[in-house]
Design a protein around this ligand. Structure first.
Ligand code: PGA
Length: 259
């Protein structure tokens, strides 16, 4: 049985003051929620404030990216040890906006994943095809490639903390959420690739989330699909009541799936 996760990617929104104000409203709304995990990924400048504000609650905080090295002459970067030193416990890796605008490659995602695991961070690796690749019938090839690169030389015994977020690029911030059957197909491809790399046990335990235009109105339909273990939410996570509604509507119990 995989415990569902609802994760909020705040992208480049919210100052520290705005982040803490969000949490003052949000935390009481979800304090009774224990059937799923909740993680919030604020901007780097708000991360320490968010970590402080969620301390002792059922909500975790994470960074939206990090470097793979622990220190060095890399202007603008933050290292895994720096995240750990402020008690950050999650990190998002390979989001399509990082791949597109910061030219993050599949190799870099792999280096970051290894660094995150070595540091004891919970890594969430984002993968997903563009509209162009889907229209050319290349969705499976893209997903298999991204997953196999990300997991390159990861040992099965180290893989338990890894979470995968399937985020078709064409669904992010567009309002066109993918259909549950399209998502389930993608998740099965991803899970088969994980099984090939890490074995069936690791594959059947790994949480695979969906991301792309998730809203309070569509989350129940998505979560009804047994392959979907939760959601990574961008725009609709910026309002505390909207994120709390997504969590509430996601709650009905998930079924275990065998490969
Ligand atoms: P969206 O973003 O929910 O605004 O589509 C999702 C994401 O980029 O993680």
């Amino acid at each position: 049985m995989r415990k569902p996760v609802i994760a909020a990617n705040w992208k480049m929104y919210k100052t520290p003051t705005e982040s803490v104000a969000f949490l003052h409203e949000f935390l009481p709304l979800v304090k009774a929620c224990c059937d799923l995990e909740i993680a919030i990924y604020p901007t780097m400048s708000s991360l320490a404030s968010v970590i402080e504000a969620v301390k002792g609650t059922n909500v975790s905080a994470g960074a939206q990216t990090m470097h793979w090295l622990n220190e060095g002459p890399y202007t603008g970067q933050t290292s895994p040890t720096m995240l750990a030193s402020i008690n950050c416990d999650h990190v998002l890796l390979g989001h399509s906006e990082r791949r597109i605008y910061a030219h993050e490659t599949d190799d870099m995602v792999n280096w970051k994943l290894k660094a995150a695991l070595a540091q004891g961070l919970v890594p969430m690796v984002c993968v997903g095809e563009t509209a162009e690749k889907r229209d050319s019938g290349l969705t499976e090839a893209v997903l298999r490639w991204q997953i196999s690169c990300a997991l390159n030389s990861i040992r099965p015994q180290d893989a338990a903390p890894i979470i995968i977020a399937y985020e078709p690029v064409w669904a992010i911030g567009t309002g066109s959420v993918a259909r549950p059957d399209q998502i389930a197909d993608a998740h099965r491809i991803i899970r088969r690739e994980i099984a090939g790399r890490l074995g069936k046990h690791a594959a059947s335990e790994m949480r695979i989330l969906y991301g792309g235009s998730v809203k309070p109105e569509n989350i129940a339909r998505l979560m009804a699909e047994p392959e979907i273990d939760g959601a990574l939410v961008g725009g609709a996570s910026l309002d505390p009541h909207s994120l709390a509604s997504i969590i509430e509507n996601a709650l009905p119990v998930k079924r275990a799936i065998s490969l």
